[in-house]
Design a binder for this molecule. Structure first.
Ligand SMILES: Cc1ncc(COP(=O)(O)O)c(C=O)c1O
Length: 372
């Protein structure tokens, strides 16, 4: 079974996907205006890049974002803000989530003193549920997978006249997800005085972990808008058991994943890719890698045990998936063609994102302890 897929991107967004899809600078100024705002750190890890025999390794660490341990709040907070500008009387926000997005929406709703109802799929841990309800949201666990939980949240929101803030899109549901994707742009804009320089980026390859693909698509959108065909190469990373983007590439159309959806990478354990995201991903990603739970556990430990003077990075199961993808490309013979395609070699400057910290602390400690 091949875990590596090569895509030949068009490297242009096309008319339908340019400016009207995502808003470029608004979200950054919105986030900066919040009391909790702090730019998330961009770490350089020379010890690890030396060990990997590559030129540079950067990790943007989102575990500190607004004290919520994950990047997702960038999307939810901006979407809630945009909706309330047009509809200030919304009384209840609703969503489906495998954890981080629900916590982010609950936090945002609490900020505006609005009610929030969050549906979670059957495998969601109590710890994740508590972090959502701690922000005053009503959380209900359904005996469904993520994709069906989304359908349920959408149907009940229509029936109850709640405002659905979902981080994935489908036919006739595109505006809110595009606000969410716009919100994600903040952390790419934050790097404009560091590696996203005006003329060309100071990085060659980015590894991005994928659930429904909204976040990866917003990254691709940003780099295509900024650099066109000179954008860095972009490789997406998915859990082998829940690889909606990989499977969609194989089938040539957007499909639900073939796998059994049994993975510890809760944030990436999603169903069919987002409609808008898939359009962007097809045009701008250079490859996809599937990883196993064991591979991500190893990557969490690599982040946790720094080499030389590198910083320690606390990275959860979904947070470390990008690193796991990089390690797999460096160590697996079958990655040779993909590595050639993206030019992964000793001169490469790589960017990763730690998209979450130890969002499930029990599970994190278990994974770190077992490897000690
Ligand atoms: C920690 C983490 N990383 C990455 C992602 C992937 O984002 P998306 O579902 O937009 O692909 C998620 C999604 O919830 C997440 O929680």
């Amino acid at each position: 079974m091949n875990d590596f897929f090569i895509n030949y991107p068009l490297n242009s967004l096309g008319d339908n996907l340019t400016n009207q899809t995502l808003k470029n600078s608004d979200p950054f100024y919105f986030h900066k205006s919040l009391d909790e705002y702090n730019e998330s750190p961009l770490n350089e890890l020379p010890g690890l890049s030396n060990f990997f025999n590559i030129s540079n390794l950067y990790v943007k660490d989102e575990s500190t974002r607004f004290g919520l341990n994950a990047f997702k709040v960038l999307g939810a907070s901006y979407a809630v803000n945009q909706i309330l500008l047009n509809k200030p009387n919304v009384s209840v926000f609703c969503t489906a989530t495998d954890g981080n997005h629900g916590r982010a929406l609950a936090w945002s709703a609490e900020k505006y003193k609005k009610k929030c109802v969050v549906f979670v799929p059957k495998d969601t841990s109590d710890l994740r549920i508590n972090t959502i309800s701690n922000h005053g949201a009503k959380v209900e666990k359904l005996d469904l997978n993520y994709e069906d939980t989304c359908k349920y949240a959408s149907e009940i929101s229509t029936k109850m006249n709640w405002e659905l803030i979902q981080d994935t899109s489908w036919d006739d549901y595109e505006l809110v997800p595009s606000y969410i994707m716009s919100g994600y742009l903040t952390h790419f804009i934050e790097m404009e005085d560091k590696i996203n320089l005006l003329k060309k980026p100071d990085i060659d390859i980015i590894f991005l972990q994928c659930g429904v693909g909204s976040w990866a698509a917003s990254c691709i959108w940003y780099y295509l808008e900024r650099y066109g065909k000179n954008k860095p190469k972009i490789i997406l990373v998915e859990p082998a058991q829940s690889s909606g983007v990989f499977d969609s590439f194989i089938k040539g159309e957007r499909v639900s994943p073939d796998g059994n959806l049994n993975t510890i990478m809760a944030g990436l354990n999603c169903g069919i890719p987002s409609k808008i995201a898939w359009q962007i991903i097809k045009r701008g990603c250079d490859g996809v890698v599937k990883i196993t739970d064991n591979e991500v556990k190893y990557a969490m430990n690599v982040f946790y045990k720094p080499l030389l003077n590198d910083s320690r990075i606390i990275s959860g199961e979904s947070g470390a998936a990008g690193l796991a993808g990089l390690i797999k490309c460096l160590n697996n013979m079958k990655a040779e063609d993909l590595n050639k395609h993206v030019g992964l070699n000793k001169n490469s400057r790589i960017l990763l994102f730690n998209t979450e910290g130890d969002t499930d602390k029990d599970s994190f400690l278990n994974i770190i302890k077992k490897h000690h």
